[in-house]
Ligand binder design. Structure first.
Ligand SMILES: Cc1cc2nc3c(=O)[nH]c(=O)nc-3n(C[C@H](O)[C@H](O)[C@H](O)COP(=O)(O)OP(=O)(O)OC[C@H]3O[C@@H](n4cnc5c(N)ncnc54)[C@H](O)[C@@H]3O)c2cc1C
Length: 419
């Protein structure tokens, strides 16, 4: 059976950003700030992706654990935005910027996911980005390896938006995969962490006059940690890129979470918010021109677009090669966020919220440059890209004096939290 759907021509843009998670927001604002007409398409009705709809409301450390801020640029801007209208948990030493060198407290914060969602809408609109909510991207339209635009489905029907450049920030590399760009499939443990409150947590928050103490992951479905701790025995991992996987994930976790909550007095606890997207860390990412690896810690890359730090260990530093965002042969497709190319723990360091924002920022600038120069996105002038990003307060290369004088530890064994 062949089903033909007619798509209405609905608009033409310089840049289309597919998916409004933190990486997509950064990419769209970044392209728009470079003067490009930009459309951001999001399938839900709120921006932020996993960071908001997925209830992952923690900006992981943006410093080296010794008082030096590594991650800056739009990640800093969005961290500050995430707490502008609600509580924060920024350590005192970092409240007003970089502290004295040697400071052990790390530059992190929790934030209110729903309030950040509201702030992101205001941010994106105030920057002049066009935005479509409740719109699912179904297919890229390809002429050979060139993407002419995206077909979407929404309340209006089936629409087509044309673009000169497309940035895939779907988190699942949906656009790249369907465009024929090579991608890598990941596997996920069983994790489902809603935000809940009890009378006790309410009392604690009231006594401390601090809403950040109000709620937590008291009732849950899957409780598996980053490296599979608490993964139920015999339970298979999930790829998260088929409807069967997603549906089974939701059904199992709803039922398990309900079993968990049934144990306590129904008058003394409630769930405030359920995750509104699957809490899958790794679905699909680009098999890019370069794959960031654990051994790349402390390496300088000529095509670095940002220095980033390890969220779990002090000192560990990486640079993100531009090549992790592109695949030669696809001249107007680029990615960012958790679709960037990395393997093992290096990908974990690359995919978390602050680096995801920085790769988004870089992708937006790169698209603008490629349009101006009529160039292949894989061959943009790296020196000029780095200069523009530096002017936007991104650290491109970390200073060698920040490399500790000791042997590297095994970095794949440690972190087993909920990051
Ligand atoms: C359990 C768990 C714990 C984590 N803990 C932390 C933490 O503590 N701190 C931290 O910094 N990071 C953490 N992370 C990682 C971090 O949340 C994500 O890697 C990061 O937020 C990814 O951002 P993104 O914009 O790349 O992708 P996403 O947040 O996945 O955004 C993708 C967006 O694209 C939209 N989209 C997808 N497909 C389509 C389509 N076809 N059409 C239209 N829109 C589409 C989605 O709705 C979504 O809004 C955690 C992740 C998980 C799963």
């Amino acid at each position: 059976m062949k089903i033909n759907r007619e798509a209405t021509m609905a608009g033409e843009y310089d840049v289309i950003v597919a998916g409004g998670g933190v990486a997509g927001v950064a990419a769209a604002v970044s392209a728009q700030r470079m003067g490009k007409r930009t459309l951001l398409i999001e399938k839900t009705i709120g921006l932020g992706g996993l960071a908001t709809n997925g209830l992952i409301n923690l900006f992981v450390p943006m410093c080296n654990g010794r008082g030096v801020q590594i991650i800056k640029g739009m990640a800093e801007e969005l961290l500050r935005l995430s707490v502008k209208y609600s509580y924060d948990t920024i350590p005192e030493a970092w409240k007003n910027g970089e502290p004295d060198e040697g400071e052990k407290a790390r530059y992190v914060t929790r934030f209110s996911a729903p309030i950040f969602t509201l702030a992101l809408t205001e941010f994106v609109k105030s920057e002049g980005v066009d935005l479509l909510f409740d719109t699912i991207i179904t297919a890229p339209v390809m002429e050979g390896n060139i993407c002419k635009g995206l077909v979407v489905e929404n309340k209006t029907g089936c629409e087509f938006y044309g673009a000169k450049m497309v940035i895939d920030t779907t988190g699942d590399a949906d656009v790249l995969y369907r465009a024929g760009v090579p991608t890598i499939q990941g596997q996920n443990y069983h994790t489902y962490l809603p935000k809940s409150v009890t009378l006790e947590t309410c009392k604690k928050a009231a006594e401390a006059e601090d809403m950040s103490k109000l709620y937590g992951n008291i009732y849950a479905g899957g409780k598996a940690t980053l490296y599979g701790g608490k993964q139920p025995e015999g339970k298979p991992t999930r790829g998260g890129t088929t409807v069967k996987d997603v549906t089974e994930y939701v059904i199992e976790n709803h039922i398990e979470c309900l079993e968990d909550i049934k144990k306590d007095d129904r008058w003394k606890r409630t769930i405030v918010t359920l995750p509104n997207m699957p809490q899958f860390r790794t679905t699909r990412h680009i098999d890019g021109d370069y794959t960031l690896r654990v051994e790349d810690a402390y390496c300088h890359f000529e095509d670095s677009i940002a220095a980033i730090c390890d969220f779990d260990r002090r000192d560990y530093l990486y640079e993100v090669p531009y090549r992790t965002l592109v695949k030669t042969g696809f001249p107007n497709l680029i990615t960012a966020g958790r679709c960037a190319a990395g393997e093992g723990y290096a990908w974990d360091v690359l995919r978390v919220i602050p680096p995801a924002i920085l790769t988004g920022q870089a992708a937006g600038v790169a698209c603008s440059m490629a349009i101006d120069d009529n160039a292949d996105i894989c061959r943009v002038d790296i020196g000029r890209l780095q200069k523009i990003l530096e002017e936007q307060n991104v650290m491109i290369h970390f200073a060698d004096k920040l490399i500790p004088e000791r042997e590297m530890e095994d970095v794949s064994a440690g972190a087993d939290g909920h990051i």
